[in-house]
Design a protein around this ligand. Structure first.
Ligand SMILES: *Cc1c(COP(=O)(O)O)cnc(C)c1O
Length: 433
């Protein structure tokens, strides 16, 4: 269906069903299209400043004063939520673009840069979507907000709901969420429900609760979260002086971020912020790779799987944002692949030991770049940005297992050494190195 990317100047934003095209007002609380059950996407008016003036506006707001404006999300207001007033902002975003030789050498990608979303206030990119979704919750007067989560969404929702003073309900799969994330949800004061089931069961329950109990749902199917997550791409492009890279690699679970990146690139290109569209590389864990399998058949298949991977943030067997992610990959001439848990742990050990650090799911992006370099899909001289989605402290359990417990000892294990309190012992350890 040919639908316009922007509305005419001055129009209010709308929520438009991506499936049937039905339009719902901006302040509707519906979680999905009431006509056909499809997912909404947000459509804004064409900004009334254009080209260089728009870039200057984004630049001017960057790091100005203590308000939401310098936020790495809200300085792109025109492309996120033009009618927002007093957003619920930490602030968030403004994450660094890092260059680390050890990671470039490992991934065989000399120009590789790392966009580290673990620098967000609760330690993952989820904050970028959550600041917008919770702002929307407050605008529509939601009595409570809810999400299903593999951990980071609940940590982020808990923090932003506390900031907004709205009760939060989070559904997480019992025993399957990393310690750092669970600790955050509890500490920030969310009602934390440990569901006997997997993530996919949690999402079904959250969707039912939103329909039946009038709780505002802020999962990644929430179109406002997509608007916020687009700013990872806008900010990366701004940091690169709007000279787009050849590839953007990201881990893919529920496919909300893949969808957001696709929409961001579509809009950035339509507005002339970039003259060339980077190719998206979505990387799944081999034990949770329905999207990678479908890509191998040119998206002619769509088979949910039972998800198994130690990268819990992407342990999702039935991704919710499937159709919009297919569009993102197709439109950017992108690719989807999968990497094993061992490849994830190996890449993570390299990223961690470079002093950067990230959680397991994040390392999938670098493992995916390495694989695509070996297969020749990514060229030696192509410029790649890999997104690190979460902070190293999110999952301390994995670090302990890898470095201290796994037998046989992994190649990159850094075992702590127990010693008696003598100088001789310290000398012994030093001479071992
Ligand atoms: C949520 C999350 C992902 C996966 O993003 P999707 O939008 O679900 O595909 C990857 N890494 C981390 C750290 C996350 O929190």
């Amino acid at each position: 269906m040919a639908t316009s990317l922007f509305l005419s100047e001055g129009a209010a934003s709308v929520q438009r069903c991506a499936k049937c095209g039905a339009v719902t007002p901006e302040l509707s609380a519906a979680a999905e299209c009431t006509a056909c059950g499809g997912l909404f996407e947000i459509v804004h008016a064409m900004p009334d400043v254009h080209g260089a003036a728009l870039l200057a506006l984004f630049g001017l707001r960057c790091g100005l004063k203590p308000s939401a404006e310098p936020s790495g999300v809200w300085r792109y207001l025109e492309l996120v939520m033009p009618s927002a007033e007093n957003p619920v902002s930490h602030p968030e975003g403004n994450t660094p673009l890092l260059e680390r030789g050890a990671v470039q050498t490992y991934a065989r990608s000399a120009g590789l840069l790392l966009k580290h979303e673990g620098h967000n206030p609760t330690g993952s990119f989820k904050d970028r979507g959550m600041t917008v979704a919770v702002t929307q919750a407050r605008r529509i007067g939601a009595r409570a907000v809810a999400c299903a989560s593999t951990g980071n969404t609940s940590a982020s929702l808990a923090a932003y709901a506390a900031h907004a003073g709205i009760p939060a309900l989070v559904f997480v799969p019992r025993g399957q969420i990393a310690l750092g994330k669970l600790s955050q949800s509890i500490a920030y004061g969310a009602r934390t429900l440990l569901v006997n089931g997997d993530f996919d069961a949690c999402l079904r329950l959250a969707r039912e609760s939103s329909r039946e109990l009038g709780v505002y749902l802020v999962n990644s199917i929430n179109p406002w979260r997509v608007e916020g997550q687009k700013t990872i791409v806008f900010e990366m492009l701004q940091q690169l002086g709007y000279d787009a890279p050849d590839w953007i690699a990201l881990p893919a679970g529920n496919l909300g971020n893949t969808s957001a990146f696709g929409k961001a690139l579509r809009e950035a290109f339509a507005l002339g912020l970039i003259t060339r569209v980077p190719r998206l590389l979505a990387v799944q864990a081999a034990g949770a790779a329905p999207f990678a399998s479908a890509f191998a058949t040119h998206f002619s298949t769509h088979e949910p799987v039972h998800a198994e991977t130690l990268a819990t943030a992407i342990k999702i067997g039935d991704p919710a944002s499937w159709d919009r992610a297919v569009r993102a990959i197709t439109e950017t001439n992108g690719a989807v692949t999968s990497v094993s848990d061992d490849e994830i742990l190996d890449a993570k050990a390299v990223i961690d030991a470079s002093g950067v650090g990230c959680e397991p799911a994040s390392a999938a992006s670098v493992a995916g770049v390495l694989q695509m370099r070996m297969r020749g899909v990514i060229g030696e001289h192509e410029r790649v940005v890999a997104v690190l989605t979460g902070h190293v402290l999110k999952d301390p359990g994995i670090i302990q297992r890898y470095h201290q417990e796994t037998e046989p000892r992994p190649a990159r294990a850094n075992r702590p050494v127990e010693i008696d309190a003598t100088l001789a012992e310290v000398e012994r350890v030093l001479s071992e190195r």
